[in-house]
Write a protein that binds this ligand. Structure first.
Ligand SMILES: NC(=O)C1=CN([C@@H]2O[C@H](COP(=O)(O)OP(=O)(O)OC[C@H]3O[C@@H](n4cnc5c(N)ncnc54)[C@H](O)[C@@H]3O)[C@@H](O)[C@H]2O)C=CC1
Ligand SMILES: O=C(O)CCC(=O)C(=O)O
Length: 534
């Protein structure tokens, strides 16, 4: 395997970088602080890219990154990656969702207390020699018995809530994916809307991803719902808050102040409108994940994830395709090669321009998570049907969608001759064409082609010959192959008695020339010959 080249374009921990450097199949370059133009220039030669929040992985970068297979984000938010463009280019995007949870929750909590007690301005006052004046000016707000609204009760939101409860706050949460059972477990009130959570709240803290839906989730109308003298804390993404509305609400006296780690534009300019407010403000420069512990966690996690994906195909924490961790890989990994072959057989033997591709599962396999197997069948089919090198496991569903090819997956509990069976089928104008495979012992086998039972390997050089079911044809094909110097490694015969024809799946040691395929096709009694190389 050629060495996999990884570019680390934002600073990550040395332990993470060393982990990559020490792998014999990986070459790593650390090149941080690149301008967008510099990144565009060097990205074409890399297979993997590791970033934090500074590097912007735009559609332009992804178009230039012709060798790129994966982007690994050492952190949670992936709003600096054009996810749709990555998917369309077949680039997997992974993050490290758990490594910086505690550090970020701790900073958000610190910002709340700091804004409540004027730590920033008071500290500056002491250093400036204004001790008595500072003492007089910076009367704080107690948070005990106050009502906290958490918007986004995921990992960080839940950690914040726990700390708030320990400080005597009551907690209400808005999160469309929070169940009542989980809310009960966390001992928080479940709000039905952001408005319901904010009405009567003394503090709001934001822990949601930045998306089109969450942009300006805190606006003038929602700030007005909060109690007078409330505080706003944001350690998620700046664009969640309409900063102009926040400034107006603070200046009007309705909102007391804010603690912010993140800003609509980063880095914010020194004359940012919120920076000249006199009190109840605390600002940090996007430091949520900046602790030794968090950086070590996410640096190691992202390096391990990229290493494993590029060298073994294991997929963890992908945000644009299903994960395939070591446990899942050992459970369904054996079926992935079979799935690729089924897709390629479909492409070579089935109808052109089908309406739909269907994958169904029989037996125990029907009870497992088979989504990645189905995606692999589709990818194998598209790779063979459109050999332009532009399809892979990440973008195949999008490619199929763009082609108008419907993809269907089903599980069937009916018994078959095999303990487990995968059936891949193309449909066109009401007609169906199918191939099926299973694993016998440790060996993946194709066991059926269009309802005719065969038994053949899944990889190799195949000749699929359909012929009239009469004596002499197998001999004729065998002699022609022998005369052409082609050795038969395996031969599987099946016949359709009612239609009077037969199917030969011939596995050859070497690939047949176009001439031999053409001359066999013209032989008497031969209906069709298809060469397939997998
Ligand atoms: N300041 C910093 O350095 C850091 C900032 N972050 C930011 O914090 C955010 C949250 O991180 P985690 O808690 O780890 O993520 P998470 O995925 O565990 O939690 C996010 C929660 O938001 C909820 N959610 C999604 N859409 C929502 C909506 N419209 N309204 C309300 N809730 C919604 C989800 O259901 C989920 O429970 C990240 O997206 C990231 O942008 C994360 C780490 C460090
Ligand atoms: O990489 C960082 O320091 C920022 C972390 C962050 O914003 C995130 O994980 O979403």
């Amino acid at each position: 395997m050629a060495k996999q080249r990884i570019l680390v374009s934002d600073p990550i921990s040395d332990i993470g970088v060393d982990l990559l450097r020490n792998h014999p199949e990986i070459e790593v370059d650390v090149n941080t602080g690149l301008s967008p133009e510099e990144l565009l220039k060097i990205i074409p030669s890399y297979h993997g890219l590791i970033i934090r929040s500074q590097t912007k992985v735009t559609a332009e970068v992804l178009a230039a990154a012709t060798e790129l297979k994966a982007v690994g984000r050492a952190g949670v938010g992936v709003d600096n990656v054009d996810r749709d463009a990555a998917t369309n280019h077949g680039v997997i995007v992974m993050n490290t969702p758990t490594g910086n949870t505690i550090s970020t929750a701790e900073l958000a909590f610190t910002l709340m207390l700091s804004a409540a007690r004027n730590i920033g301005p008071a500290h500056a006052g002491v250093l400036a020699g204004d001790f008595p004046a500072a003492r007089k000016a910076y009367k704080g707000i107690e948070i005990n018995n106050k009502r906290l609204a958490v918007i986004g009760m995921g990992r960080i939101g839940a950690e914040f809530a726990k700390r708030a409860q320990a400080f005597g706050m009551t907690v209400v949460a808005y999160d469309p994916f929070l169940t009542q059972a989980r809310a009960d477990q966390l001992k928080v009130e479940l709000a039905e809307s952001p408005d319901a959570a904010l009405t009567g709240a003394d503090v709001v803290t934001l822990h949601v991803p930045m998306t089109d839906d969450t942009k300006h989730i805190i606006n003038a109308d929602r700030l007005a719902l909060m109690n007078k003298g409330a505080l706003v804390v944001n350690c998620a993404r700046g664009g969640l808050i309409d900063e102009a509305a926040l400034k107006a609400a603070i200046e009007s006296g309705h909102i007391a102040g804010c603690g912010l780690d993140v800003y609509e534009d980063e880095p914010p300019s020194a004359d940012h409108p919120l920076f000249n407010l006199p009190k109840h403000v605390s600002f940090t420069p996007h430091l949520g994940a900046s602790t030794n512990e968090a950086q070590e966690n996410v640096g190691i996690q992202v390096a391990e994830q990229l290493r494993d994906f590029l060298t073994t195909g294991e997929i963890r924490n992908a945000i644009n395709m299903p994960s395939l961790d070591a446990a899942a890989l050992s459970e369904i990994g054996g079926y992935l090669d079979l799935a690729t072959s089924l897709g390629k057989f479909l492409a070579k033997l089935g109808p052109a321009n089908p309406d739909s591709i269907r994958v169904s599962y029989h037996g125990e396999l029907a009870e497992k998570d088979t989504s990645l197997i189905s995606r692999t069948v589709l990818t194998g089919y598209l790779e063979a049907a459109r050999p332009d090198g532009q399809v892979n496991i990440v973008n195949s569903p999008a490619v199929a969608r763009d082609m108008g090819l419907e993809t269907v997956e089903s599980t069937i509990t009916a018994q078959t001759e095999y303990a487990e069976l995968i059936v891949a089928e193309l449909r066109k104008d009401g007609k169906k064409f199918r191939v099926a495979g299973t694993i016998i012992g440790q060996s993946p086998r194709i066991v059926e082609i269009d309802h005719l039972f065969v038994d053949t390997n899944i990889k190799g050089n195949f000749l699929i010959v359909r012929n009239d079911d009469r004596p002499g044809i197998v001999g004729l094909v065998g002699s022609a192959l022998g005369s052409a110097g082609l050795n038969i490694a395996n031969l599987s015969l099946a016949r359709n008695k009612s239609e009077g024809n037969a199917l030969n799946v011939i596995e050859l040691d070497t690939s047949p020339s176009a001439e031999i395929v053409a001359s066999l096709s013209d032989a008497p009694g031969v209906l069709s010959v298809t060469a397939i190389e997998i």
